[in-house]
Design a protein around this ligand. Sequence first.
Ligand code: C5P
Length: 477
Amino acid sequence: MASLTIRKLDEAVKAYLRLRSASKGRSVEEEVRVILGELIRGHVHDQGQAEPAPALSAAQAAARPARPASTTGEVRITLIIGGGIAAYKALDLIRRLKERQIRVRCVLTGAATRFVTPLAAGALAGERAYTDLFDPESEFDAGHIRLARDCDLIVVAPATADLMAKMAQGHADDLASAILLAASRPILLAPAMNPMMWSNAATRRNAAQLARDGVAMVGPNAGEMAERGEAGVGRMAEPVEIADAAERFLRPPQPRPLSGKRVLITAGPTHEPIDPVRYIANRSSGKQGFAIAAAAQAAGADVTLISGPVELDEPHGVKVVHVESAREMLARVETALPADIAIFAAAVADWRVANEGGQKLKKTDAALPPLALVENPDILATISHLKERRPPLVIGFAAETEHLIDNAKAKLARKGCDWIVANDVSPATGVMGGDRNTVHLLARHGSRIDVDSWPVMTKEQVAVELIAHVAKNFPTG
Ligand code: C5P
């Protein structure tokens, strides 16, 4: 088959692939393979002719990074509950996984149903639990293959000595073992058994074989057994420990290049009061600034986001300060200093009403209200020109409707910042309030200005790319 040359792809496609692969921690080539795989699987599924791909060994499965089998970004676990007294803890494990926004599908072995009911597992998971390899309802479309493949990770908790022995030998005489044999995803076991069973030579051999096959394990821990007077190694790891281990598979820690750096971001519009009920505003949604805050936080930075009035959820892990007017925004920015990097994405109103009314202005037949405008402080220019406490990297935005690059170059010089992100906001682009953005990054190096034009991207992608540039260029010395 002809090999695909990434270099020959369209620039916009390459930029998309770079972002998507970086966010998943994969190479661009790997990402292309994943996308093609998803496409083909989706297509075959649509045709109703699903032909399962050849099964991978557990070692092969474990060797590949956990990757979303879903195209929606949702992460999914098939949880196999083995038949041991620790099965009751699997119910708590379902809750711990759901808390982490992980979709859980439960499979119970026959023995497990003696300890917990499929009804309880299904109710906690929010979807039916599976028990039977010969269930006509799910097996008409090879349900055990689907349960093995339509997930990102298979967790076995509790993994009994018997289930481990079956896995090590490749048995497939019930639904749980058939799924484990058909698995193409990583497998995580949480063994639980009596200490004598755990230390038995047969279990030692099986555990060693499973480790060689690439199966991961969490626990067992040392402690008291359910059986009175028994103690030793064999207690199942606690549900939180298992959920943590599963999450490390599903969401491996991302590189945090801005760890320890303080990033200050402004976002959204400002509201400039006319009287107690009216104000001057603009159409900024705040989406771009919020996306930058989220990307900086994901890169490990300590982020303070100073936002005008917006209707957006606060990004996780970001300190958000809500303000109304430009003057308030400047005051909160000054309080938030010092910072290593300041990014001014807010659409600050240029003017405010000089003679703001203390009472609601009355509509009279006599005359229009005597509104006088005065200029607002320029927050970006003020911070860029600070003698002390100027952040080492100051980035502004230039939203223009014409002569984009020339205007942005002039703005870079006038405001005294280091970089400007220039974007065309003429109404036809739909940028104001929309989800996509086409930007040019202008960077000042002494008297030289470099212009880097990016293809059209979502605002989240612009944010990730901008933060990647910051991380690459930030003077860390
Ligand atoms: O002058 P203009 O509004 O086009 O400049 C845009 C840049 O300046 C943006 O980075 C914006 O956040 C910032 N700005 C500011 N304070 C103002 C006006 C603009 O920080 N009063």
